[in-house]
Design a protein around this ligand. Structure first.
Ligand code: 3EB
Length: 326
């Protein structure tokens, strides 16, 4: 597997097939390539960009109803994109979407859920338990409960907003290989968040490793300034960056510790990183802070993209996720 961010999904070599290409652009993607996913995520600078997942081998693309499946010998990407639904119906929509997604996953050769990206508009609409994100969490939890998902099997994840006119997207990576999930000692596990964050806790792990025969993946879930279970420095972008980086450092540490057979995880310029920002106005600040902390090579390199997206708690301003392949 080769991960690249580029302005097009052009193969790095004739041996590579495109498993998935996450498209980040203001204008709709050209819909003719079945590997391209346009989740309504707009880059804050430059663009359009593609986060390309190249597989050395064949990839087949097919549909299961309205769900897209891209499958190779080691992995499959299963992608659901539905029209957005109103907040009042989002619990039901999320439950139905997850049921359909899990059913489509059942048609692949791969059983191991590894990582899920969730994107939908107006994620913070509604207050208290009626908030769209909390309703989403309930629907997802109900679908997971139904299949008897146990704690150890909870995939890594991201859930953020997207452009107002974007779809409800759920993109799942499943694999032939075993996934080892990790939690961050600095953060309460999301699936154990107390009741104050909603009636059903968010079902995602902080990250994990996937060891394959000829390549290994490190996966980092959407990571924000959550310390314990609380949002640190509500609404303050700058200190939230510091906490987010601290969390990333800890997750990187546990990822490396749990995978002695793999190289130590580093946030280097071979990680593909997505930086989600609630406010366009924070772009320069976040960019310069990340340059200071991660190095200019990582931030100015091709593999990091800044995206305009609301974060799932309204007081959170920034979130970062990423993947590294060895
Ligand atoms: C947090 O730590 C921030 O609901 O799938 C990050 C990653 C967050 C995934 C999800 C939510 C999710 O709670 C929010």
């Amino acid at each position: 597997m080769l991960l690249t961010m580029d302005t097009s999904p052009e193969p790095p070599s004739p041996a590579h097939s495109l498993l998935v290409a996450f498209y980040f652009g203001d204008k709709p993607a050209d819909g003719s390539n079945p590997a391209v996913i346009d989740a309504g995520l707009h880059p804050l600078a430059g663009g359009p960009r593609y986060e390309n997942w190249w597989y050395r081998g064949d990839v087949t693309h097919r549909s299961v109803g309205d769900i897209r499946v891209a499958e190779c010998d080691d992995h499959a990407f299963v992608t659901l994109q539905w029209p957005d639904a109103p907040g009042a119906r989002f619990r039901e929509a999320s439950y139905e979407a997850y049921r359909s997604l899990l059913e489509a996953i059942g048609t692949t050769r791969h059983r191991q859920l590894v990582r899920i990206w969730n994107y939908f508009p107006h994620i913070n609409e509604g207050s208290g338990d009626a908030e769209k994100y909390r309703q989403f969490s309930i629907g997802r939890a109900e679908a997971f409960d139904e299949i008897g998902m146990d704690q150890a099997g909870i995939p890594a994840g991201t859930a953020t907003g997207c452009a107002d006119n974007g779809p409800f997207s759920i993109v799942a990576l499943v694999s032939r290989n075993a996934f080892r999930a990790v939690e961050n000692p600095r953060q309460v596990s999301a699936y154990e968040y107390p009741r104050q964050y909603g009636p059903k806790s968010p079902k995602f792990s902080r990250g994990g490793t996937l060891a394959g025969d000829d390549h290994h993946l490190y996966l980092i879930s959407g990571t924000a300034a959550v310390v314990g279970h609380e949002s640190a420095h509500p609404y303050e972008t700058e200190p939230q960056i510091g906490e987010t980086l601290e969390n990333l450092k800890h997750i990187g540490g546990v990822l490396s510790a749990g995978a002695a057979e793999l190289p130590r995880f580093e946030l280097d310029n071979e990680c593909v990183l997505r930086v989600y920002l609630r406010s366009v106005d924070d772009y320069e600040l976040v960019r310069s802070r990340l340059s200071d902390e991660l190095g200019a090579a990582v931030v100015a390199g091709d593999n990091l993209v800044f995206l305009h997206a609301d974060i799932c708690r309204r007081e959170l301003m920034v979130e970062i996720d990423g993947t590294r392949c060895y």
